[in-house]
Design a protein. Structure first.
Length: 365
């Protein structure tokens, strides 16, 4: 974007829970007093990003978050006005809804959240979501799968206007490594350590693989989440403590090191709107085992013959192990270099920036 002369600033609403006994008016008045005394104490900045404090009740709904974000963004702009020609919000709820009533500039919204199905289960939320699409100059989804899901849930003609613009991938810190062979000995997973991401099935599959196929296999997990302690206990119970490497969350710049030591990514998430980690693995020269989770069809579907096994749901750990054995057996026929070039041609910063710039220009014309 910078190469095209586009300058971007970022507003980041940060919700913080207030006491149930707190008076919302007094809370906002207190924030105003802080801002009037020292604006930097109220609105923290990092580079081009400004963090906006937004008081919210405990366990807020997405609509309550949207109201708080709207107040917070309006409050911030009283002190630090925006000079933007267009506003690009991430997520229809809560951020897109927050901006519908306060932005005079054309509003573009990108949707990519994986919990959208739960949000749209409520009638009031669906109506608010329709409002966001109606009032946006452009509404974008990161995959055809997600667009179809929104279309089916909302049942509104406005969804025909939704455009698909994929997530951008940062390839600058990744390196393609040409491997002589793939023996599926060094597994890697990158993502949140949650049940929804298929981490428990991953651990059970790995344990079965070590027991029945390859006792020297290792598994490296990059990420944090509520299953962290469960994974430790699982490793102890199955005598896998020396085979499972729990590395926690890592800076993106360090992924190259971890990918260089792996020869298989296993990603068993049940549901993805897009799925970045498997694509990063492919760009690093690593084949991928994944489930048919929605987003994988869009991003990986035509790479199956090159470096990917997409497994239908539901699948047992035994069935997944069999597919890993199948992938390993045909490893001499994999085309990771070709797959890498395809991924880069679709999701590089240059490609996605051109798509977005065209949309911005259309909204301003």
């Amino acid at each position: 974007m910078l190469q095209e002369g586009v300058h971007a600033t970022v507003e980041v609403p940060m919700g913080f829970a207030t006491s149930p006994k707190a008076n919302p008016l007094i809370t906002w008045q207190s924030l105003r007093a802080v801002a009037e005394k020292n604006i930097e104490n109220c609105f923290r900045t990092e580079g081009e990003a400004t963090y906006i404090p937004c008081p919210i009740p405990a366990n807020p709904s997405s609509l309550e978050k949207a109201k708080s974000f709207a107040k917070g963004i309006h409050f911030k702009r009283e002190f630090l006005p925006t000079e933007a020609d267009v506003i690009h919000a991430h997520l229809g709820l809560p951020t897109g809804l927050a901006l519908t009533g306060i932005s005079q500039q054309p509003l573009i919204v990108t949707e990519h959240q994986s919990n959208l199905r739960m949000l749209l289960a409520h009638r009031e939320t669906r109506e608010s979501y329709k409002q966001v699409i109606h009032e946006s100059a452009a509404f974008l989804c990161v995959s055809e799968f997600l667009k179809k899901q929104i279309t089916s849930v909302l049942d509104d003609p406005i969804t025909k206007s939704i455009q698909v613009v994929p997530n951008v991938l940062d390839f600058s810190e990744l390196e393609f490594i040409r491997r002589e062979a793939f023996q599926s000995l060094s597994w890697i997973y990158v993502g949140n350590l949650t049940f929804q991401k298929g981490v428990s099935k991953l651990l059970k599959t790995f344990a079965l693989y070590k027991k029945k196929v390859e006792p020297t296999a290792t598994l490296t997990l990059i990420g944090n989440g509520p299953l962290h302690q469960w994974i430790k206990k699982f490793a102890q119970n199955h005598d896998l403590e020396d085979s499972i490497n729990l590395c926690g969350a890592q800076p993106h710049s360090t992924l190259k090191k971890y990918f260089s030591e792996a020869d298989l990514m296993v990603h068993l998430s049940e549901y993805e709107t897009f799925g970045i980690a498997p694509l990063e693995a492919i760009v690093s020269g690593i084949p991928v085992i994944t489930l048919n989770n929605g987003g994988s069809d869009d991003t990986l579907g035509d790479l199956k013959n090159k470096c990917v096994e997409i497994i239908e749901k539901p699948s047992s750990e035994k069935a997944i192990v069999e597919r890993i054995i199948h992938l390993t057996a045909r490893s001499d026929k994999l085309d990771l270099a070709g797959a890498c070039q395809i991924v880069k041609s679709r999701y590089s910063a240059e490609i996605i920036a051109k798509q977005l710039l065209s949309i911005y220009q259309d909204c301003l014309s």
